[in-house]
Design a protein around this ligand. Structure first.
Ligand SMILES: NC(=O)C1=CN([C@@H]2O[C@H](COP(=O)(O)OP(=O)(O)OC[C@H]3O[C@@H](n4cnc5c(N)ncnc54)[C@H](OP(=O)(O)O)[C@@H]3O)[C@@H](O)[C@H]2O)[C@@H](O)CC1
Ligand SMILES: Nc1ncnc2c1ncn2[C@@H]1O[C@H](COP(=O)(O)OP(=O)(O)O)[C@@H](O)[C@H]1O
Ligand SMILES: [K+]
Length: 459
C-alpha cells in the first residue's frame, strides 16, 4: 500500500488503456490480476489483524481480484469466507475463481463477518446494481467492524463521483493500479474512507493527479520584502473580506501586502498590512506580483471599475467572489495574462452554467474557455489548467464551511503567485496550505483563525 499524494488519477477508460499497453508490452491479464489480488490480500491481512474476513465477489475482474485475494489469505491461514454473485464472465475471472478451493456461500444466505471485503463491482460498473446485490452488501457492511472496498465501493461509478445506488460507507478502499476520480469527487468520495493504492506494476501517467506537498518558496539571505512577493488586495463594499485575504497573504509568506481601499484609517487586520487609497494607477506598480480582487468587492459601478482596472493592469490576477459575478467568461478568454479563478459551486454555475458533466470535466472546460487556472472549490476542490492538467484534493476539513474561508484561500493563492510559482503550482500550494491550516485549526474555527494558522503551516 502506498500513499496517493501526487499519484496519477485515471478514468476507467484510461485505466483500461494502461492495462492494454502493459499487455502489449508483454504482461498478461492474469499476471496483473495476480499482482492486484495478492497486494489486496497483504493489505487485508494487516488491516484484519486476525479477525475473520468475508469477501463478496462479483462476476467481473473486481470479483476476480476478490477470489485471488481470498485464496492468498487462506494460504496464509487467515480465516476467510467467500460469497459470489453471478458466474465469472471472462477467462481471467474464471481463472481467479479456480484458485479458490473453499466453499462459495450462496448470495442471499451469506452471514456477515467482522471484516467485510467488497469485490463485487469496480471500474466496470455500467448501470445501477440490482437491489438484491446492494441489500446483501449493506447488511454485511452494517454488521462489520471494518469495511474494505476493492478498487471502489460497489455502486459507485468510477469517473464522475456519482452514486448509482445507496452505497454504505467504507473504512478503507484499496485502489488497484491507480487512483480513480470517484475516490476524490463527491458524493462518492464520502463513501470510500481512507484510500490506499495497490501497485500492480503498470506504468501510468496522464495530466490528472492527486495534489502533493507543494514546493513552497522560502526566503534566504538575499530576500527582501519585494522579492518575497508583493500582493495587492483590491477592497470594496465589504471591508472584512479583503482584510481576511490580506491577512492570509501575509501569513502565507508574502513580503508586502498592499490593501487598496477608500477608507484609509479603518484598520481591522494586522498593522503589517500597508493601507493605501485605491486609484487605478496603484495597480500598475510592476513590483506587484499578484492582485487579489473579488473578496468583499461588491457588485456596483465602483466594483466594476476596479475590476476593469485590475484586468487592464497586466499584473497576475486571483479573481474571486464578487468579481466572478461581474465578469464575463468570454471577456476572460480575450484577456492575455495570468489569471486564477476561485469559484465555489454557485459562482461556477453562474459563470459557466449547469451541466451533467463531472466536476473535473467542468473545471477543465472552464479553464480552457477562459485561458485561466480554475480552482473549483468545495468539499472536493479540483484545479484545472487551460492545457487540461487537473489536480484533485483529498477531502478537506468540513469545518471550512464557514463564511470568509474563501477569502482566506484567495489571499493564500495570491501570496504563492506573487512569490513566483507558476499559476497551477500557486493554486495547488494555496489550496494545500489552506487545507492544512484548517486541519490544524480543529473544530468550529472561524476564518480569522484560519488566516492566522497559515504562519504555523509555513513554519
Ligand atoms: N484495468 C486494470 O488494469 C485492472 C483491473 N483490475 C480489476 O478489474 C476491475 C474492473 O473489472 P471489470 O472491467 O471486469 O469490471 P467490474 O467492475 O468487475 O464489473 C463488471 C462486471 O459486472 C457486470 N456488471 C456491470 N454493471 C452491473 C450491474 N449494475 N449489475 C450486474 N452486473 C453488472 C459486467 O457485465 P455486463 O453485464 O455489464 O456485461 C461485468 O461482468 C477493476 O475495478 C479492478 O478491481 C485488476 O484486476 C487489475 C488490473
Ligand atoms: N464541506 C466542506 N468541506 C471541505 N471544504 C469546504 C467545505 N465547504 C467549503 N469548503 C471550502 O471552504 C472554502 C469556502 O469558500 P467560499 O465558498 O468562497 O466561502 P466565502 O465566500 O464565505 O469565503 C473553499 O475553500 C471550500 O473549498
Ligand atoms: K468493489
Amino acid at each position: 500500500m502506498i500513499p496517493s499524494a501526487g499519484r496519477p488519477v485515471l478514468t476507467a477508460q484510461a485505466m483500461r488503456a494502461a492495462e492494454a499497453a502493459a499487455m502489449a508490452a508483454g504482461t498478461t491479464e492474469i499476471a496483473l490480476m495476480r499482482r492486484a489480488g495478492e497486494g489486496i490480500a497483504q493489505a487485508i491481512l494487516r488491516l484484519a489483524a486476525g479477525r475473520p474476513v468475508l469477501v463478496l465477489c462479483g462476476p467481473g475482474h473486481n470479483g476476480g481480484d476478490g477470489f485471488v485475494a481470498a485464496a492468498a489469505l487462506r494460504r496464509q491461514r487467515q480465516p476467510v469466507r467467500v460469497a459470489a454473485f453471478g458466474e465469472p464472465r471472462s477467462e481471467t475471472a474464471r481463472w481467479a475463481r479456480s484458485l479458490w478451493d473453499g466453499p462459495v456461500v450462496s448470495w442471499d444466505d451469506v452471514a456477515p463477518a467482522p471484516v467485510l471485503v467488497d469485490a463485487i463491482f469496480g471500474t466496470g460498473l455500467s448501470r445501477a446494481p440490482d437491489e438484491r446485490i446492494m441489500t446483501v452488501l449493506r447488511r454485511c457492511a452494517d454488521a462489520a467492524i471494518l469495511r474494505i472496498a476493492v478498487d471502489l465501493p460497489s455502486g459507485i461509478e468510477s469517473d464522475a463521483g456519482r452514486l448509482l445506488a445507496d452505497v454504505p460507507a467504507f473504512d478503507v478502499t484499496l485502489a488497484t493500479g491507480a487512483i480513480k476520480p470517484s475516490h476524490l469527487v463527491q458524493p462518492a468520495a464520502r463513501c470510500v474512507g481512507q484510500v490506499r493504492l495497490i501497485d500492480i506494476g503498470i506504468p501510468i501517467g496522464g495530466g490528472a493527479r492527486v495534489a502533493s506537498l507543494p514546493r513552497l518558496p522560502h526566503p534566504d539571505a538575499s530576500s527582501h520584502k519585494y522579492s518575497r512577493g508583493m500582493v495587492a488586495i483590491v477592497a470594496g463594499a465589504m471591508g472584512g473580506a479583503a482584510e481576511l485575504a490580506a491577512t492570509a497573504a501575509l501569513r502565507a509568506g508574502a513580503g508586502y501586502v498592499l490593501h487598496l481601499d477608500d477608507r484609509t484609517g479603518v484598520a481591522l487586520g494586522p498593522n503589517a498590512i500597508v493601507r493605501r487609497s485605491y486609484t487605478p494607477e496603484s495597480l500598475t506598480d510592476n513590483r506587484i506580483g499578484a492582485i487579489v480582487i473579488g473578496p468583499g468587492l461588491g457588485r456596483d459601478d465602483t466594483a466594476r471599475a476596479r475590476l476593469g482596472a485590475a484586468l487592464g493592469s497586466g499584473r497576475p490576477l486571483v479573481i474571486d467572489g464578487d468579481a466572478l459575478r461581474l465578469i464575463e467568461a468570454m471577456a476572460l478568454a480575450d484577456h492575455i495574462g495570468v489569471k486564477i479563478l476561485t469559484p465555489h459551486g454557485g459562482e461556477f454555475a453562474h459563470m459557466f452554467g449547469d451541466s451533467d458533466a463531472s466536476k473535473p470535466e467542468r473545471a477543465r472546460k472552464a479553464a480552457a474557455a477562459t485561458r485561466s487556472v480554475v480552482v473549483f472549490k468545495g468539499a472536493d476542490t479540483v484545479i484545472a489548467a487551460p492545457d487540461g492538467r487537473t489536480i484533485f484534493f483529498p477531502p478537506a476539513s468540513p469545518w471550512l464551511s464557514t463564511a470568509g474561508t474563501g477569502d482566506v484561500l484567495a489571499g493564500t493563492i495570491g501570496a504563492m503567485l506573487a512569490a513566483g510559482l507558476d499559476p497551477l503550482e500557486a493554486a495547488e500550494a494555496g489550496v494545500w496550505l489552506h487545507g492544512e491550516a484548517a486541519r490544524r485549526c480543529g473544530a468550529a474555527f472561524i476564518a480569522d483563525d484560519l488566516a492566522d494558522a497559515l504562519s504555523a503551516v509555513r513554519g
